[in-house]
Design a protein around this ligand. Structure first.
Ligand code: PLP
Length: 587
C-alpha cells in the first residue's frame, strides 16, 4: 500500500546507532501508527459532531479544573496514542465550549467544516513558516488567487484585485488586520507630513505629527480598533452612534468628528467603519458617507471592518454595499472563519494599494534577500503583515470554496439570514415579553425583556408617548413611595409645570429602563445557567440587551425554534417571580 511505502525509517539511522529502541524513541509515531491514530481521531471527530446537538454548549467546569488532573511535569517516557486520545474525552472535552453546537447562539459563529479541517491537516503536513515567495512558492501563489476569488465573490471593485495596484492577504484575525492597517496608515500620514525633510528636521516633524494623529472609530466599533491605535502609539477617539441612527455612523456624525479634530489641531488619519457591528450588526451609512470620504482617500485611510457580516456580501442583494465601500475604502476585512465555513483562522484583508502596506512594513535584512523578491517578480506577504512567518491558510479556503461552490456558500448565508428573520418574527409576536433593540440583521437579533406591566412602571413606549404629548400620568411616573431608586424620589409629588412634567417623565423613563436592564440581565443569566443554549448579552447606548445569533453550519430551524422556546420559558419564569430591586434566583 502507498502508506507502507511512505513508512519513515524506524530502522537504524546515523543518530540511533542501529538501536531499534532508540529508533522508536526518536520516531514514536510511525507512518502506519499515524494512519491508525488519524483514523481513530477522525472517528472521534465525526462522533463528536454527531453528539453536539445533545450536549450543553457551555462547559460546566470550574476555573482551574485541569491542573489537578494532569501530572505536574512532562512524561519522561513515550505514551501510546491510545492513552493520549482517551484523555481527549476525559480531560479536554469537559473544558470545551462547543462553538459548533447548533445550540451555540453566542458572540458570532466560528465556522468549522470537514473541508476546512482537511485544509488544516494538509497545512500542518506541509508546515513551513512561508514568509516569502521562495520559502514555498505555492503558499503565496494560492493565497493570491484565493484572495482574488474572494474579492470577486464579495463584489468588491477591481481596485482590490492583485492584478491592479491592490490585492488581498490572509491575516490571522480581524484584529490583526486593523492594527496592520493603522500602522500602514500612520506611516503613510507621517510620510506625507514629512515630505521633503531629512535628518533631524524630519525626526522632529515626525514626532510633532505623531502627537497629533487620531484614529477614529464608532463607539460601536469592535474593541480591536482602540487596541490597534494603542499598539500603533496613536490617539483613539470614538464617535457616538445614535440609537435613532440604528447605531450607525452617518455623514453628519463623521464630518462633525473630523471638524472637531481639526479645530483642536489634531490630524485624523484613520477611520474604521463597520459592516455588522458586534453589538447589533449595525451597518455604518456607507451611502451617505461615500461623498464625504471618497475625496479624502489620500489623507484619511478608511478601513471597513466586515469581520462577521462581510460574509453576506457574497449574496448579490448585498453587493450594493460592496459598490459603495469600493468608492472610498482603502482596506476592508472579512473573516471567513466566522460565517464562511472556514476553520479559524482566515481573515481576508483587501487593500486598494498594496504599496501602502509594503512601504510601511517592509524591512529586508540580508538573509531574506533573494533574486525573485529583489527583481520584483513575486509577492512577499511578510511585508503585508506584522509577523514574519505565516501559515498555509489558503489551502483551507481553496478546499471550502471548491467543496461548497459559490452557490453553496450563498445558500449557507441565505439560510441563516432566513432563520434569523424567522426568529425575529417570533420575538416580535411575543411583544408582551420582548422589546426589539435591533435586527434581525445578518442572523442576529437583539432584544430586551419587558418588565411586567403589573409593576409600578409602565413600558418605555408609554413614557415616550407621554413625553411627546407633554404630559405624564401618575402611573407612568414612579410613586413618591417607591424608595428603591433615588431617581424616583418625589418626582410624581410635584405639581405638573411643563418642565417638571418633562423631568418626571425622563426620570420615570430612566427608572423604567433601569428595571428593564436588571430584568434582561437576570433572564440572560438564567438562560445560560440553564445550559440548553448559550447566548451573549451586551450594553448598547445604556440598554442592557440579549443577543441571539444562530449561524453555525449545523444549525437548523428546529434548533432556532427550540432556542426561542427556551428563551420564552426562562423569561416567563424569571418575570413571573420578578420583584424590582430584589434578587431573583436563577432558574
Ligand atoms: N470586528 C468585529 C465587528 C467583530 O465582531 C469581531 C469579533 O467578533 C472582530 C472584529 C474581531 O475578530 P477577530 O477575532 O478575528 O479579531
Amino acid at each position: 500500500m502507498a502508506i507502507d511505502r511512505q513508512e519513515p525509517p524506524e530502522q537504524a539511522s546515523p543518530l540511533t546507532n542501529g538501536s531499534s529502541n532508540m529508533a522508536s524513541l526518536n520516531n514514536p509515531m510511525s507512518a502506519s501508527s499515524f494512519v491508525a491514530a488519524a483514523q481513530s481521531s477522525l472517528d472521534y471527530i465525526v462522533s463528536y459532531y454527531k453528539r453536539l446537538t445533545s450536549i450543553s454548549p457551555l462547559s460546566q467546569v470550574k476555573p482551574g479544573y485541569l491542573r489537578p488532573l494532569l501530572p505536574a511535569s512532562a512524561p519522561e517516557s513515550p505514551e501510546p496514542w491510545s492513552t493520549i486520545q482517551s484523555d481527549i474525552e476525559r480531560l479536554i472535552e469537559p473544558g470545551l465550549t462547543h462553538w459548533q453546537s447548533p445550540n451555540f447562539m453566542a458572540f458570532f459563529p466560528a465556522s468549522s467544516t470537514y473541508p476546512g479541517m482537511l485544509g488544516e491537516l494538509y497545512s500542518a503536513a506541509f508546515t513551513a513558516p512561508a514568509f516569502n515567495w521562495q520559502c514555498s512558492p505555492v503558499v503565496t501563489e494560492l493565497e493570491t488567487v484565493m484572495m482574488d476569488w474572494m474579492c470577486k465573490l464579495f463584489g468588491l471593485s477591481e481596485d482590490f484585485l492583485s492584478e491592479g495596484e491592490g490585492g488581498g492577504v490572509i491575516q490571522g484575525s480581524a484584529s490583526e488586520a486593523v492594527v496592520t492597517c493603522i500602522v500602514a496608515a500612520r506611516e503613510k500620514a507621517l510620510l506625507q507630513h514629512t515630505a521633503g525633510l531629512s535628518g533631524e528636521a524630519k525626526d522632529q516633524k515626525r514626532a510633532e505629527v505623531m502627537a497629533k494623529l487620531v484614529a477614529l472609530g464608532s463607539e460601536q466599533a469592535h474593541s480591536s480598533v482602540a487596541k490597534g491605535a494603542l499598539i500603533a502609539g496613536v490617539r483613539h477617539r470614538s464617535i457616538h452612534a445614535r440609537t435613532e441612527d440604528h447605531f450607525a455612523l452617518t455623514h453628519d456624525s463623521v464630518s462633525t468628528a473630523l471638524q472637531q479634530c481639526q479645530n483642536e489641531g489634531l490630524i485624523p488619519f484613520f477611520l474604521s467603519l463597520t459592516l455588522g457591528t458586534t453589538n447589533t450588526c449595525a451597518i455604518d451609512d456607507f451611502v451617505g458617507l461615500s461623498p464625504l470620504l471618497a475625496p479624502l482617500q489620500h489623507e484619511l485611510w478608511t478601513h471597513v471592518d466586515a469581520a462577521y457580516a462581510g460574509a453576506a456580501l457574497i449574496l448579490p442583494k448585498y453587493q450594493h454595499l460592496s459598490a459603495h465601500i469600493s468608492t472610498f475604502a482603502r482596506s476592508i476585512d472579512v473573516n471567513m472563519h466566522k460565517w464562511l465555513l472556514t476553520n479559524f483562522d482566515a481573515s481576508c484583508l483587501f487593500v486598494r494599494r498594496r504599496r501602502d502596506l509594503t512601504d510601511a512594513l517592509s524591512i529586508t535584512p540580508a538573509y531574506l534577500r533573494n533574486h525573485a523578491s529583489d527583481a520584483g517578480l513575486v509577492t512577499d506577504y511578510r511585508d503585508w503583515q506584522i509577523p514574519l512567518g505565516r501559515r498555509f491558510r489558503a489551502l483551507k479556503i481553496w478546499f471550502v470554496v471548491r467543496t461548497y461552490g459559490a452557490q453553496g456558500l450563498r445558500d449557507h448565508i441565505q439560510r441563516h439570514c432566513d432563520m434569523g428573520e424567522q426568529f425575529g418574527t417570533w420575538i416580535r409576536a411575543r411583544h408582551d415579553l420582548f422589546s426589539v433593540v435591533a435586527g434581525p440583521s445578518f442572523a442576529l437579533n437583539v432584544f430586551t425583556i419587558k418588565p411586567p406591566t403589573t409593576n409600578r412602571h409602565q413600558s418605555d413606549t408609554i413614557h415616550s408617548t407621554e413625553i411627546a404629548e407633554g404630559g405624564v400620568t401618575a402611573a407612568a411616573a414612579p410613586s413618591s413611595s417607591s424608595s428603591e431608586s433615588p431617581l424616583a424620589d418625589g418626582v410624581a409629588a410635584s405639581k405638573p409645570s411643563s418642565s417638571a412634567v418633562r423631568a418626571a417623565a425622563a426620570a420615570a423613563a430612566e427608572v423604567s429602563s433601569l428595571e428593564a436592564n436588571a430584568l434582561t440581565q437576570a433572564v440572560y443569566e438564567a438562560i445560560n445557567a440553564a445550559g440548553k443554549i448559550f447566548i451573549t448579552s451586551t450594553v448598547v447606548n445604556d440598554v442592557y440587551a440579549i443577543r441571539v445569533v444562530s449561524a453555525n453550519p449545523l444549525t437548523d430551524v428546529e434548533h432556532v425554534r427550540a432556542g426561542f422556546d427556551e428563551i420564552v420559558r426562562v423569561t416567563e419564569k424569571v418575570r413571573g417571580g420578578w420583584k424590582w430591586g430584589i434578587d431573583v434566583s436563577l432558574v
